[in-house]
Design a protein around this ligand. Structure first.
Ligand code: ARG
Length: 246
């Protein structure tokens, strides 16, 4: 009887239960990370994560509310209840996983280097020289990789991925270390300037996952089964093809 009472109590405390009660799923994400979340010309937030969030809300039978949040406070925002879940291309790192739970990975990426054209054909280690500057975004896995790998080059960090990429385009930096999908799209959009090269060898292994607060097995179970279902019934593939079509 006590065990049963505990189960009911757990469900009452579950974020999934409160989502159903409220009739709305709130999702924290930071736009600017192509193709997962970015703004279109009208200012709407679109992307892979947004499409997945829509499917998720539909499967729950609730409305979807996106909560744009700066990367810097995105985990804190989850922990203080500003939204139910983070769907923002977040890499599952063991350090983050000490503070939050992740559903099973929904895709994996790796760090690559968006570099000045003059570095075409080079390896990352050729760029680790004191005369070179490597840029990345602050607080992301790109920064962790940069600091681990580049011991001699100058390192500069930026608030947004767009500002970091712009530095390479402007010739103020030699390379930007960031998630491959972002670099590939930036290169596809700006490669015609003849100023860039994408050194697209993946330097890290990074599974991305949706993050929730700890201690919520009911929500975690629902998410993992939602992922499994959509990955096998064509829903995931349709969304993937929409954002990763070549
Ligand atoms: N995958 C990287 C990380 O977890 C970058 C994610 C950035 N996401 C975003 N929406 N800006 O650190």
């Amino acid at each position: 009887i006590n065990a049963m009472a505990d189960d009911i109590n757990l469900w009452q405390k579950s974020t999934l239960n409160s989502i159903i009660q409220k009739g709305v799923l709130t999702v924290g994400l930071e736009p600017g990370y192509m193709p997962f979340e970015m703004k279109d010309k009208q200012g709407n937030i679109i992307g892979f994560d947004v499409d997945m969030a829509n499917e998720m809300a539909k499967a729950m039978g609730v409305k979807l509310q996106l909560v744009p949040t700066a990367w810097d406070g995105i985990i804190a925002g989850l922990l203080t209840g500003k939204y139910d879940i983070i769907m923002s291309g977040m890499t599952i790192t063991q350090e983050r996983n000490l503070k939050i739970n992740f559903a099973n990975p929904y895709i994996s990426v790796g760090q690559t280097i968006l570099a000045s054209k003059k570095h075409a054909g080079k390896k990352w280690s050729d760029l680790d020289k004191p005369e070179y500057t490597i840029v990345t975004k602050i607080g992301v896995t790109g920064e962790i990789a940069t600091r681990k790998m580049f011991k001699k080059a100058k390192i500069r960090t930026f608030e947004t991925e767009a500002d970091a990429a712009q530095e390479v385009l402007n010739g103020n930096a030699d390379g930007m270390v960031y998630d491959k999908p972002y670099n590939a799209i930036f290169f596809a959009e700006k490669g015609a300037t003849g100023k860039l090269v994408h050194l697209d060898e993946e330097l890290t292994y990074e599974p991305l996952g949706f993050a929730i607060r700890k201690g919520d097995p009911d929500f975690l179970n629902w998410l993992n089964n939602f992922l499994n279902q959509t990955q096998h019934d064509g829903t995931y593939k349709k969304i993937y093809d929409r954002w990763f079509a070549d």
